[in-house]
Write a protein that binds this ligand. Structure first.
Ligand code: MGD
Ligand code: MGD
Ligand code: MO
Length: 760
């Protein structure tokens, strides 16, 4: 199997390489922010828009899910938030003329960067069976087409309703309500590829699948461990929190195969010290770990804590936890030599980490995709929980678990019931409120949805945002599966690969984004979102929508539901579309923690959802206590002559949305087809810096998955490890290479060999 780089695309991928940077943000970040914003929006619109980002009366940044503090800066956003805003608030437009000029075959040959740069989609578009071009269609007809296809299915479970994490609480609640009234729990979402492993591990061990810390906790911590996360690029505002913690005396350990600039030093663009005086050093200890070695690392630290006199918080363990003895026995059995091999670290480094852990009364562990996207991701995160439980670091000020979420409302979407395995209590509440019987059997997650399409068991694919074929693993398998669908529907703001890889028929339904003003029959609307720390607040756009033909996401679901369910529905869809407050009234009666929703969200800054472990040291697990767990230690076994590849983000992308071709902090410019390898590995494998390689992944099914033409970049990553950007490398991730329990694609541990490239 081979994929060619997109042809016929004016974008040249010609990477230039300079040494990586050792500090993040600073003046260059301000310069880039201004430049990007002006190119897409023009100066006036740029200023007007950016001043409303993350303000209490403004809109929630469509970038990451990092929370805002109570005191807001005038400019409460970062360089990458500004890029996310500019990308959405752009003045460029994709009109029906564009689709007339670009047949499907043309769109399919374009890069994701090119597609995204075309601008906002302005009208509903329809691709009839056998046609080679999308044509304009009315909203009415578009909903009829979807309803026709849905009603023709043999079972509601042949439909899939995907959600990406930008969707508001209101739209998400309506989408799951519609799917369930229609009769299916097939509600896969981007979480399945993202923090599902965190949710699985935390629900089992502490009883709730969310982080337990607030921004104030971070400011008060003694020790913050940042494992498998690159905040300088993906959560830049987190650097301000780390800076504040450092100023108050905290220590920071970063655990990463790459020396990420953002973890080294932060030049806060909002302070004089940041701009003129060289900024704040962040890292006190950098543990340059082997990919996938984290469970082994934490297990050994846990052994050392258990074996240190007086180090375990015995009172906490006795009163609040379950399973300590069994866990402690497993921890004692941890082996130094095996840990050193699994982690690639030295004994001295691990001992230093231990002494920092023992010196800390308040410890927080933050993590993201570097921990969640491995076969043993759930076991790894459970080991992190063990580590925190040992010293009573949950449910105490300045301490706790901090899974740092990705999409700006991915956490809220799950709270609203976007989940293929809903809790029975949630379904009971829906049934009581709306008077229909929701399906009780579990639905498909992302990977199982692809399998269902591939095997002909699912036929209609509907996406509320996102770029399903671009973001999911095993690109060739996934695209072939999508092409088997009878209908694919994408509610989208911008063009992407998923619009070019369609079922027999396809629809693009253009929608309002976060920055757009949303006016319905009852007047101007706002929506709500939940950040990474469980804070719910409102978001209101202030820009004139990209076109008069756009519908909001709640309106689209409400109209689709009416077209599909007709008079048989027990839900007042029309009311919901008219006035989103009526949706919030229903959410208040169905979702715990949202009582009196409308009144509480009207307060500036919103409100915090309850979190039993954080608030009252109560653990709503099966045992009623926080659970220690003792999974066997795992780490990837890499055969001779092979590398372990992680697929990650550059500084110039938002998932599959490519803002530009640079990765400034890593010293890469003008191209994305690069593979970062340790110089010693490069030499051993016979690839010089600047040579070109095909990446070929090796998996037990014997299928050859190849990504051709990557420039080899000698880079200070851990020996035996490599890194390349997603989504270009998704073709290498086997569909059935997933995390145990959470089924999240293991896109941070792909075994590859390098081959001399024939394509360049
Ligand atoms: N600007 C911008 N912001 C974003 C996004 C974006 O694309 N662009 N995406 C959003 C989304 S949806 C998400 S989920 C987050 C993602 O945020 P991150 O998780 O920070 O994103 P990745 O680029 O995948 O980076 C993974 C990090 O983990 C490290 N890593 C890889 N494997 C391992 C390992 O085995 N162990 C350890 N300890 N470290 C490892 C990598 O070197 C890298 O630093 O960001 C969100 N914010
Ligand atoms: N190999 C590899 N694969 C990965 C990952 C990885 O690290 N490595 N990361 C995974 C992770 S963490 C995630 S979260 C997924 C991301 O998967 P997705 O969420 O599916 O992908 P995005 O690229 O964020 O989706 C971008 C598209 O969303 C649409 N969009 C933007 N804003 C809006 C809006 O307001 N409303 C609507 N309706 N549409 C909008 C635009 O059309 C845009 O093209 O990818 C996963 N895939
Ligand atoms: Mo994500």
């Amino acid at each position: 199997m081979a994929t060619k780089p997109p042809a016929g695309d004016p974008v040249q991928d010609a990477p230039q390489v300079a040494p990586p940077k050792h500090a993040a943000a600073g003046l260059p970040a301000i310069g880039y922010t201004a430049l990007v914003a002006q190119q897409q929006m023009g100066a006036v619109r740029a200023t007007r828009t950016l001043l409303k980002v993350n303000q209490k009366d403004g809109f929630d940044c469509p970038g990451c899910a990092w929370p805002e503090g109570d005191k807001r800066h005038v400019a409460e956003f970062c360089e990458n938030g500004a890029k996310a805003v500019a990308e959405e608030a752009t003045l460029r437009r994709v009109t029906p003329d564009f689709f007339a000029a670009h047949p499907l075959s043309d769109l399919a040959g374009r890069s994701g960067y090119w597609l995204g740069q075309q601008g906002r989609i302005t009208q509903p578009m329809y691709l009839p069976e056998g046609a080679d071009r999308y044509e304009a269609v009315t909203w009415e007809r578009a909903f009829e087409i979807v309803a026709e296809e849905l009603k023709a299915l043999d079972s509601p479970d042949e439909a899939l309703f995907y959600t990406s994490g930008r969707t508001s609480n209101e739209a998400a609640f309506l989408l799951q309500l519609f799917a369930r009234e229609f009769g299916t729990n097939n509600l896969p979402d981007c979480s399945n590829m993202c923090h599902e492993s965190s949710g699985s591990a935390l629900t089992e061990t502490i009883g709730i699948g969310k982080g337990s810390v607030s921004l104030e906790d971070l400011h008060q911590a003694d020790l913050i461990i940042v494992a498998g996360q690159n905040p300088g690029t993906n959560h830049p505002r987190m650097l301000s929190a780390l800076e504040e913690a450092k100023r108050a005396g905290a220590k920071i350990i970063s655990v990463n195969p790459l020396p990420e600039a953002g973890m080294e030093r932060f030049k806060n663009p909002q302070t004089a010290k940041g701009l003129a005086l060289g900024g704040q050093k962040l890292n006190d200890l950098f543990l340059q770990i082997r990919i996938g070695g984290d469970q082994a690392l934490f297990r050994l630290l846990n052994k050392l804590i258990v074996e240190t006199e007086g180090a375990v918080d015995e009172l906490f363990v006795r009163e609040h936890t379950h399973g300590y003895e069994e866990f402690a026995a497993a921890a004692r059995a941890a082996d130094w030599d095996e840990t050193l091999a699994a982690t690639g670290l030295t004994r001295a480094e691990i001992e230093q980490a231990l002494s920092m852990a023992l010196a800390s009364r308040r410890t927080i562990v933050c993590w993201a995709m570097g921990l969640t996207q491995h076969k043993h991701a759930v076991a790894t995160i459970r080991e992190v929980v063990n580590f925190l439980l040992l010293r009573g670091n949950i449910g105490r000020t300045g301490a706790g678990v901090c899974p740092v979420r990705g999409h700006s409302n991915v956490q809220g979407d799950r709270t609203m019931g976007i989940f293929e395995r809903p809790a029975p209590a949630f379904l009971d509440a829906l049934e009581k409120e709306f008077g229909f019987a929701p399906p009780r059997h579990h639905g498909y997650d992302v990977v199982r949805s692809i399998e269902a399409l591939r095997d002909g068991k699912a036929k209609v694919f509907f996406a509320m945002g996102g770029n399903f074929v671009g973001a999911t693993p095993d690109t060739e398998v996934t695209e072939a599966a999508m092409r088997r669908a009878s209908l694919t529907v994408h509610v989208s703001t911008k063009l992407n690969r998923s619009h070019a890889v369609t079922g027999r028929r396809a629809l693009i339904l253009p929608t309002l984004g976060r920055t757009d003003k949303d006016v319905q029959k009852s007047g101007k609307q706002f929506v709500t979102v939940e950040d990474s720390m469980g804070l719910v607040h409102s978001s209101r756009g202030n820009l004139k929508p990209a076109s008069p033909h756009l519908l909001s996401e709640p309106a689209i679901v409400a109209r689709l539901a009416r077209a599909t369910l007709g008079a048989g529905s027990t839900v007042e869809w029309e009311e919901f579309e008219k006035d989103y407050a009526t949706i919030r009234d229903r959410i208040a009666r169905v979702v715990p923690g949202f009582e009196d929703f409308n009144a509480r969200v009207a307060k500036p800054g919103g409100f915090r959802l309850p979190h039993a472990p954080r608030d009252e040291r109560r653990f709503p697990t099966a045992t009623g206590k926080a659970n220690f767990t003792a999974a066997p230690v795992e780490y990837p076994a890499v055969p001779e002559g092979r590398l372990l590849l992680q697929t990650l983000r550059s500084h110039d992308q938002y998932n599959t949305t490519i803002y530009g071709l640079d990765d400034r902090y890593r010293g890469i410019k003008g191209g994305r087809r690069v593979v970062l390898v340790n110089p010693e590995d490069g030499r051993e494998l016979g690839f010089t810096d600047g040579s070109y390689a095909d990446l070929v992944s090796e998996w037990k099914d014997g299928v050859e998955r190849r990504a051709p033409g990557f420039r080899v970049v000698y880079y200070p990553t851990t020996r035996g490890c490599a890194a390349a950007y997603y989504p270009e490398t998704n073709v290498l991730v086997p569909l059935d290479s997933t995390a145990d329990t959470s089924n999240t694609p293991a896109s941070k541990s792909v075994i590859v060999r390098l081959e001399q490239s024939a394509t360049v």
